[in-house]
Write a protein that binds this ligand. Sequence first.
Ligand SMILES: NC(=O)c1ccc[n+]([C@@H]2O[C@H](COP(=O)([O-])OP(=O)(O)OC[C@H]3O[C@@H](n4cnc5c(N)ncnc54)[C@H](O)[C@@H]3O)[C@@H](O)[C@H]2O)c1
Length: 464
Amino acid sequence: MKVTVIGTGYVGLVTGVCLAEVGNEVFCLDLDRRKIEQLDPGHVPIYEQGLEDLVRRNRAAGRLVFSTDVAASVSHGEIQFIAVGTPPGADGSADLGHVLAAARNIGRHMDGFKVVVDKSTVPVGTGDKVRKVIAEELRSRGRDAGRAAFTVVSNPEFLKEGAAIEDFMRPDRIVIGVDGDASGERGLQAMRALYAPFNRRLDRTLVMGVRSAEFTKYAANAMLATRISFMNEMANLADRVGADIESVRRGIGADPRIGYDFLYAGTGYGGSCFPKDLKALRRTAAEHGTEMKVLGAVEAVNDAQKRVLVEKIVARFGARLEGRTFAVWGLAFKPNTDDMREAPSRVVIAELLKRGAALRLFDPVALAEARKAIESDLAGRADDLARLTWCASQNDALQGADALVIVTEWKSFRSPDLQALRAALKEPVILDGRNLFDPAAMKAAGFEYLAVGRSLAPPDADPA
Ligand SMILES: NC(=O)c1ccc[n+]([C@@H]2O[C@H](COP(=O)([O-])OP(=O)(O)OC[C@H]3O[C@@H](n4cnc5c(N)ncnc54)[C@H](O)[C@@H]3O)[C@@H](O)[C@H]2O)c1
């Protein structure tokens, strides 16, 4: 099939490449000329495992084109995916500027029936707005703007950065929201045909109305964020009462109604989705005269949790950290990505600098992105910037540091050479924001190990 994907970010690029991989002819449009100039020769500007190989293979096979040519992109595909950013506006609502601009471009250039697919995460009712701007453009050209001219489908994306290709190729569900008329049916048939290669073992398509599909994406992210904040709140209390949150996690996860997934305590969620999607959903509720009380608490807990490592550092080393140096392992908002949007590391770094500390920073993949993000956070604060050292290896980061702070759970941090670690640090102190290690084993290895929800009171210490 001929497909156009508008926006070549984390979602659009993965969508385009995976659709090309199963044999479709895919036209990827982006207005960011620099991005397209990188992508065209096969260089992927983001880090996502396996993505670059797929881009190169499908480009070479002639199934994948990158361009900034809007008119050509509209004429290419009967299916037009909108996969552009929906960043938070000043009031927390999703900024639909990019989505509506993309829709307007479709209306301006289309000639013949189009299935316009909202893949961006958009608030309930966006489908109607997309329909309206396309119809306006068609009418201004004297064209038919009715249901026979185009249909708007909602197809929210559930991929996880770091496992995006796998998630797209083997989705746990494909949500398709369509109108209940002939035009919607035509859109549904096109989407079913497009997704058939991903549904061979089991059809995972869930068909619903456009509004329900839009809502499903927000509800899913809200639920996931709630689990994280719930566990973080539990962990903070576990620290106070001398219980071990890892034992508690196993104890509650065994209940199939709860399950083990997404129950880890840590230093808070970040990334491009949960923070903005929760804000947008709360905003939608406010616009409809109601309040999402649970989600307000989820956000408040998360904001506080991003500071939990700093509180532990202050409790251990004091509020004034001048003359102290900390090694920081992990800067991306989660492992296997270089995405720094809303990363907890940004808060940890700013708070430690504020207290006078010097920092030796390392991330296996996100160092360049982290540098851009953190230098922009600290713009104009030359004194703070001068106390940052960007390190080429995790061992390099440890040299001369008072303690190690772990913010992101990259695999390469899980089994460090403890002897070398102890030798490199001035004091054998590890502040672990991701609970990577067994506290008893770390104690036996001579470390003072401060994790999240794991400071067992000695009489109640759980046997290993
Ligand atoms: N990143 C994720 O893990 C993820 C997962 C699921 C859903 N989503 C949602 O998918 C959407 C896209 O997210 P992302 O992370 O890929 O964003 P992104 O910021 O990485 O990429 C968006 C791209 O769209 C381009 N763009 C903007 N306006 C355009 C236009 N009019 N025409 C052509 N290109 C245009 C930008 O230049 C940019 O390259 C968002 O709504 C997001 O919430 C993201």
